[in-house]
Write a protein that binds this ligand. Structure first.
Ligand SMILES: Nc1ncnc2c1ncn2[C@@H]1O[C@H](COP(=O)(O)OP(=O)(O)OP(=O)(O)O)[C@@H](O)[C@H]1O
Length: 240
């Protein structure tokens, strides 16, 4: 069953100094028990698609089309708050002036689903840096902390924006394994990623959606996308 969905979503951003259509009639389904990988060139709108799905579009954005959760139209952030979200810049997942470990403990207390220990082990976030402020973390450490924070409430729908971008191969593998296990438990997982050769080699993603210039070019099983005779798509499957 499709847990979350963008249906014909167009997002136009007008900052006053410039304006741009960042999503152009995007339809994207995120089914239960599956990992859907969203791929595409830099700036094509992947993070905007995640923002539309989680109700976190910039204030300057105008959106048309629909966001659906379990087939019901959601009208904004309050209805989409239950979707777990690990942002591309992990620092933004935390308050700046408080140690990350303490903030994770607060989430554990509020939600009472996963323990901090379980979430940190799943994300590979090391306990040694618990007492540091968000900005005192390395890029890879705060990215893993943000994933731990997103997992703590045990959301049925999880959106992770480039969760392995700053990680070495071993930690990246651990994160992919965690996401696979999480989807196997029934969650609907959407992952924005550049790790396409790794996904192809391990078969960890079930589905892929490819974006270009604000549009979805193709959305299909990972195997079908990998087999597409399209130079833009094939470019993502080659080792950089
Ligand atoms: N807060 C914002 N306000 C206005 N425009 C934005 C904002 N964030 C992103 N954009 C614009 O929206 C477009 C899509 O950006 P987006 O971040 O979704 O790309 P992306 O595919 O995730 O790129 P990357 O792989 O580099 O992270 C870009 O043209 C970008 O300049």
């Amino acid at each position: 069953m499709v847990a979350a969905e963008l249906r014909d979503v167009t997002v136009h951003i007008d900052t006053g100094r410039w304006s741009e259509t960042v999503l152009d009639a995007v339809s994207l389904a995120v089914p239960e028990g599956r990992i859907t990988a969203l791929i595409g060139e830099s700036g094509c709108g992947k993070s905007m698609a995640a923002a539309a799905l989680t109700g976190l579009l910039p204030a300057t954005a105008q959106r048309s089309g629909q966001v659906l959760v379990d087939g019901t139209v959601a009208h904004g952030r309050p209805e989409l708050r239950a979707i777990g979200y690990a942002p591309q810049d992990g620092v933004t997942a935390f308050k700046p002036g408080e140690a990350v470990g303490a903030q994770l403990r607060d989430l554990e207390e509020i939600h009472r689903h996963w323990s901090v220990e379980r979430a940190c082990a799943a994300a590979g976030y090391p306990a040694e840096v618990f007492d540091l402020l968000p900005r005192q973390h390395s890029g890879g450490q705060i990215q893993r902390a943000a994933l731990a924070a997103a997992l703590l409430p045990s959301p049925r729908i999880l959106v992770a924006d480039e969760p392995t971008a700053s990680l070495d191969a071993e930690n990246a593998y651990r994160v992919w394994k965690t996401l696979r296990e999480y989807a196997d438990e029934g969650a609907a997982v959407l992952v924005i990623t550049q790790d396409v050769p790794m996904l192809a080699a391990t078969g960890v993603a079930d589905r892929m959606a490819v974006m270009r210039a604000g549009r979805i070019l193709v959305e299909d099983s990972a195997a079908a996308v990998a087999a597409l005779d399209n130079p833009y798509v094939q470019g993502f499957f080659r080792e950089g």
